[in-house]
Every structure is written in C-alpha cells, then in structure tokens.
Write a protein that binds this ligand. Structure first.
Ligand SMILES: [Zn+2]
Length: 341
C-alpha cells in the first residue's frame, strides 16, 4: 500500500501536477528568458581566432604560439565583449572553428610554407563575409601569383620576394597617423626584423600606412636575393617605408599587415603591443577606446610563457630584462614629454 502511494506521488511530481503552479510556470519563463538574453549577449561578443603557426626559429624568435597566446590574453584583459580562440601549430580541421568569427590572425611561417596557400578559397569566403584578416611578421609573406593577389585583396599588401626585403634594424616611428589603430599609442623606437618595401595595392587604394620609418643604409648592405636586396628597393633608399598598414576592402571588410614580431620580447613593449591589439580589434570591427586597448605591462615571466622551445641553458635573460626596462623608460619619457606640451 505504502509503495503505491510513493510511486503515485513521484508520478504526480514528475508530471508537475502536484507542485507546479502558475507562479512556477511564470518563474520558469522568466528564467528561460534570462538564459536567452545571456545567449544573445554571448552571441554579440566578437570572436577572434588566432592561427598560430608551427615552431620556427628557436627560443624567443618567431614564437607564433606564445605570441598569439599573449595577444589573445591581452585583448581579453582589455575588453569585455571579445572572446579569443588560439589554434596551436595546426590549422583547425573543421569549418566550425570559423563559425561566427569576426577576425582571424595569422602569425606563422610564410612563403611556400604559409598555411594560407592551401586554403585560399576558405579564407576568401571568410573575407567576403566581412571577416577581418590580420597577418603578422613572416605571416605577411606568400608566393607571388594567386596567393599574393589574394593577400592584396584581403590585407592590401604582402612580402613579395625579389621586391621586399627582411633586414633587422631599429625603426624610429616618429609620427603616427590619426587612426583608430594608433589610439593611445605613443611614437616609439624598436629593433625588429622589419620587412619593408612591401608589395601594396596599386596607388595604395584602400590602404592606410600605420607605421612608417626610414630604414638605415645598412639595411641594404646584403647582395641581391629573394629576401636580401633587389634593384627596386635600392632605388628607394633613404625614403620612408611602411611596415604596418590597415586596409579597407570595397565590401567593408578590414585587413591589417604588420611586419615586426621577430623577437618575442617586443610584445613586452606597451606601444608595440597596444598598436597590434588595437589593429586586431579594429579588423573585427570592435570598439577602440579613446586611449586604445590597455592591458597590464608584461613581465619577464609573461614573456617566457608558452614558448615552443625549451629554455636554452645559460640563456641571457638579463638582456631581455634590459630591453623591457628601456621600453618602460622610453614610454615614460614620451608620456612626460607629452604632458609638458
Ligand atoms: Zn623573423
């Protein structure tokens, strides 16, 4: 008898006829509404996918994965409506990775090894949907021909062999253009493997130079070769060269090319990092605050994180710390100079 009563109660409970009341039903609806609102909010979040290329040049150089992780975290720290996903060493095997994406960032080996070469159609589809495309350092180099032409469409420029060059030099960015990407960025000076004399769209149509500097003479001291020198670039010696640029496609999509990023520690420079963070979010059509995207300054430990290679024995971290300190000093001096104006 007791058994039957319990089972009856359970059945009544499950069917809702014992405890459910109009109030409960109302509460459920309200809860469901909240979930939906949260979902909608989530949907409105911008999504940025980082495609970090394979290990490349050894400890602290071309650290594609560590660089993507650092930038992704910095962007998430500096915003509240952006989610980032970093793919490590491999291109995602499924199109789902790019569902609802607002921008993709390719920081990877380039030339014949550029992962985009085999995926021109896939990326083109994204570009046509208005997805932002960002290429960093070696990721701006693809072979001349179809890949190069696509890069001109997507980001407005690329490293073309026997036209562009890849020397290491200290670039002095004395003046920055007024653009969302330069918001809050102070002029800065930094050594990197700044590729220059990029192949740009004809008459720079839709392309806005963001970082420009005059490369010193010694950047052309190497003999001619696919990356080292060529008669075209030699004719432009002593002139300003653009090493970062923004591009607006005719269909409204945005692109950004940035030739620095050889040394991982450069991500520890607040102005260098802020400019790239702003640019990534700009291509995703996100909002750039008046003072640009601001995150915490990076420590040596932040820079050591996620490296592809094991720390070499006796690695001279003192040098990296020195660079971080001099970055900070440079930035502080610029700030006080601005205040004095
Ligand atoms: Zn490099």
């Amino acid at each position: 008898m007791m058994k039957i009563k319990i089972w009856t109660l359970i059945l009544l409970f499950v069917s809702g006829s014992v405890f459910a009341s109009p109030t409960d039903a109302f509460q459920e609806t309200a809860a469901a509404k909240k979930v939906k609102q949260d979902d909608d909010k989530k949907k409105k979040k911008k999504k940025i996918v980082f495609l970090a290329g394979r290990p490349s040049h050894g400890y602290m150089s071309h650290e594609h994965y560590a660089g993507c992780m650092l930038l992704a975290k910095s962007i998430e720290d500096a915003t509240d409506n952006i989610e980032t996903v970093v793919y490590k060493h491999k291109w995602p095997g499924t199109d789902d990775a790019f569902k609802d994406v607002d921008a993709i960032v390719m920081y990877c080996d380039g030339g014949g090894r550029h992962p985009a070469n085999k995926r021109l159609e896939q990326i083109d589809e994204l570009a046509k949907k208005g997805v932002g495309i960002v290429c960093i350092h070696y990721g701006v180099e693809v072979p001349k021909g179809k890949p190069g032409d696509k890069f001109l469409e997507w980001i407005g420029g690329y490293f073309e062999t026997h036209w562009s060059v890849n020397p290491h030099w200290t670039a002095e960015f004395k003046k920055l253009p007024k653009h969302e990407i330069t918001r809050g960025v102070k002029p800065f000076t930094i050594n990197d493997e700044w590729y220059y004399h990029m192949r740009f769209r004809k008459d720079m149509k839709g392309v806005t130079p963001i970082l420009s500097a005059i490369p010193p003479k010694k950047t052309l001291s190497r003999p001619d070769g696919p990356h080292s020198g060529n008669p075209h670039v030699r004719k432009k010696a002593g002139q300003h060269q653009h090493v970062a640029w923004a591009c607006e496609r005719e269909d409204g999509g945005r692109g950004f090319g940035f030739t620095g990023g050889h040394f991982h520690w450069n991500w520890g420079n607040d102005d260098f990092r802020k400019l790239v963070m702003n640019a990534i979010v700009w291509t995703a059509k996100g909002e750039i605050p008046k003072n640009g995207l601001s995150d915490k300054s990076k420590t040596l430990d932040d820079l050591k994180a996620n490296q592809d290679y094991k720390t070499p024995k006796n690695y001279k971290f003192g040098r990296v710390e020195k660079i971080l300190k001099s970055n900070k000093k440079q930035s502080e001096e610029k700030s006080s100079a601005e205040k004095d104006k």
